[in-house]
Design a protein around this ligand. Sequence first.
Ligand code: TXA
Ligand code: MG
Length: 350
Amino acid sequence: MNTKIVKLTEDDIQNKEQIRAAGEIIRNGGLVAFPTETVYGLGADAWNPQASRRIYEAKGRPSDNPLIVHIAKMDDLGRVAKRVPEGAKKLAARFWPGPLTMILEKQESVPLETTGGLQTVAVRMPGHPAALALIEAGGGFVAAPSANASGRPSPTRAEHVAQDLAGRIDMIVDGGAVGIGIESTIVDFTEEIPMILRPGYITAEQVRDVIGEVRVDPGLSAESEGLRPKAPGMKYRHYAPKAELILVEGAQQKVEKAIARMAEEAEDAGKRVGIIATDESCGKYPCGIVKSIGTRTDEATIARHLYGVLREFDEQEVDLIYSESFRTPGIGQAIMNRMLKAAGHRVAEV
Ligand code: TXA
Ligand code: MG
């Protein structure tokens, strides 16, 4: 299959010609990758079971891992969800369009192929203008996982989508680099007390401020101890680079010393070593391929570059990556969640 790549400027979104063509592919059962404010998604008609199956095929995704249904209008929530609890209405009013996904009881009409066999459905209204325009053009209900091959880091640029899926999907809408860089926060409203199944740009604190009591899935932090996260997709070793990734935690100076020493030892043993540092610490490492992931004075930059840096190390074919860690209360929670998964929970405490 020949994958068409179309570049979109702000003007193109207004003109709608490209978007109309992309929407037509979706309405005809095809697959279109498109930018959202979090990561690129791989979209298909959410009502079409055949189209959903094609998503799983293109990604090599396990069929029990449900897709998120993306909508462009508040009123469409009721077409997908059987009941919308008060808390969900409040969160939607506060954060949609935006990086928030909610799990709700599904309407009968939502195909089980889209929900991975579950009676619940994930719904999100994304905040990216191209995404909203495409959803409307595609019929209003677009099922979309992240547009990476299963197991690879999520794509934050159209080039990343092409690396993984060129030849396997109909079209890639190239809207440039995304703004946030990690996937949406998932809040599950099918539990008695709403529960965060995946941390993201919207923090647990922000959710609590709007709806009061919220739990965080205990399976997220205890994953290494054998407890399963509730979101099927959170159990896989996901977001992973090809090289072995080791997170180094402790006081900053000790971390820098330890990484420098371990990198030197590994190079002496003939290995190609990557180091994930920040603008502040980049100059502190005498050996290894050193990349800055962003600045500690603005954590959003770290989230934005995380997956891109992992992909760059793949291209440079390093054997081993040592990374500083970024454990802080805000978006640091989401960053560390993704890094720990990418590292397969390999952490060196210093
Ligand atoms: O930011 C995002 O959410 C991006 C963009 C494209 O919107 N999408 C995304 O989709 O990250 P995906 O498929 O890579 O991740 C969806 C996650 C998976 O972990 C999946 O298991 C979980 O949502 N999920 C979907 N439906 C669910 C359900 N009914 N119950 C529990 N978890 C669900
Ligand atoms: Mg994904």
